[in-house]
Write a protein that binds this ligand. Structure first.
Ligand code: GLY
Length: 414
């Protein structure tokens, strides 16, 4: 892609803007921050910057333990982002004074019955074939690492490189970093994409004004494809995948309770427990495909507690302090859309599904390179938004819903 000469576009108060990011979830914030650091004049529009799915996410940074067959390109992207995390959070913390809750704890995946053990063993074999670091443990060895695990745990897989971050703190730090880097944050809703001479030029706001820029980045999570004014079929439907999650508190008497992330497959569902340094224990998450619904249900909470109790029986002693639900933005192949779309002037950074928190650093870097450098980095090439162009799915979006709603512009959860 050739570097374009940037014509200045006016913000609503006359300030020149090179790049407008539509959506201030974790992904939009990372893109805005990294792009502003490259010297471009950046604006971001979102009614609640730092909101969306990151407010619910467990914050697992687990490209190895969450590896799925057929997702090797995504693994490469996830590993690249994971490798950037320590520096990304250190830079954020140094520039903003915010703690991001990044913890290099490692992750222990465990099996509770013979079927789980067979699945875990398959995953271990897959890791070995790909040269990924993971160590097989007996049940006794797993319990030695985490004494609160149930006596029935049969086997474990220790992955020393899969860590965690506190999504809420990270989002707050990113909002501060964006403002510190000069990003103009508009707390409003983008209600229409403006196209002139076959090029994306800006958005109309719910408040009635307009924001215009030379380049726009659509980072509106599970509502990305619904922005009025988008040419039909330009983007595939980004489906909302609901996740319910629990937050418990570990009283000092019980600390550390767990020392690292613990994952398990229980009755076919994936369960994870993320112990934070501040005493919070996150238990997640359900995976439900039922539209734009963020209701916390008794059934969802019951299933999470039932499965977590089977894995770590002592959990029932802990105070339950919060239940919440968010929407993961799932693309048709569950991988993100990164880079220029077929509409000149419009780029996408959306569809991160279960990996929004993990992929925030690499997405910020890749989009900043597209925007400021004028080239699509090789790492982003497999995730071009155009890969869906010939797919019938791209032309059959989910039933339209208004852009406004309870969970508006969102990044994605992990
Ligand atoms: N990455 C965890 C989740 O999506 O639930």
């Amino acid at each position: 892609m050739a570097r374009t000469v940037l014509a200045r576009n006016d913000d609503d108060d006359g300030t020149a803007t090179d790049v407008l990011v539509i959506g201030g979830g974790i992904i939009g914030l990372a893109v805005a921050w990294r792009t502003a650091q490259r010297g471009l004049r950046v604006a971001l529009v979102d009614p609640v910057p730092g909101g969306g799915a990151v407010q619910v996410a467990g914050g697992m940074l687990a490209p190895v333990t969450e590896l799925q067959y057929g997702e090797e390109p995504l693994l490469r992207l996830g590993m690249a982002s994971n490798a950037r995390y320590a520096d990304f959070t250190a830079e954020l913390e140094a520039t903003t004074g915010h703690d991001t809750g990044y913890r290099a704890t490692g992750t222990l995946a465990v099996a509770l019955d013979a079927d789980d053990k067979a699945e875990l063993s398959e995953l271990h074999g897959f890791h070995q074939r790909l040269g990924l670091e993971s160590s097989w443990l007996t049940g006794r060895e797993a319990r030695r690492l985490e004494p609160m695990l149930a006596p029935g745990v049969r086997a474990g897989l220790h992955v020393s490189g899969d860590h965690q971050v506190d999504g809420r703190r990270l989002a707050a730090a990113l909002v501060a970093a964006c403002e510190g880097a000069g990003v103009r944050v508009h707390r409003a809703e983008a209600v229409e994409l403006l196209i002139e001479a076959d090029r994306a030029r800006g958005v109309r706001l719910s408040t009635g004004g307009e924001l215009r820029a030379e380049q726009l980045v659509l980072a509106a999570g599970p509502r990305s494809h619904q922005l009025p004014g988008l040419p039909p079929g330009l983007l595939p439907a980004i489906r909302p995948v609901k996740g319910q999650i629990l937050r418990l508190r570990i009283p000092p008497l019980y600390a550390p309770f767990l020392s690292r992330n613990v994952r398990a497959v229980v009755r076919g569902g994936h369960l994870y427990l993320v112990p934070r340094a501040n005493g919070e224990l996150v238990v997640g998450a359900t995976t439900e495909e039922q539209g734009y619904d963020t209701t916390v249900t008794a059934g969802g909470v019951y299933e999470l507690l039932r499965d977590a109790h089977e894995l770590v029986p002592g959990i029932t002693e802990l105070p339950l302090v919060e239940t919440s639900a968010g929407l993961r933005p799932g693309s048709p192949d569950n991988a993100p859309l990164l880079g220029p779309t077929a509409l000149p002037g419009l780029l996408a950074a959306t569809g991160h599904y279960r990996n929004g928190v993990l992929l925030a650093p690499v997405t910020g870097d890749l989009l900043a390179e597209c925007l400021a450098g004028g080239t699509v980095p090789e790492l982003a090439a497999a995730f071009s938004p155009s890969r869906f162009a010939a797919s019938p799915r791209a032309a059959s979006p989910l039933a339209p819903a208004p852009l406004t709603g309870p969970s508006t512009l969102a990044g994605s959860a992990r």
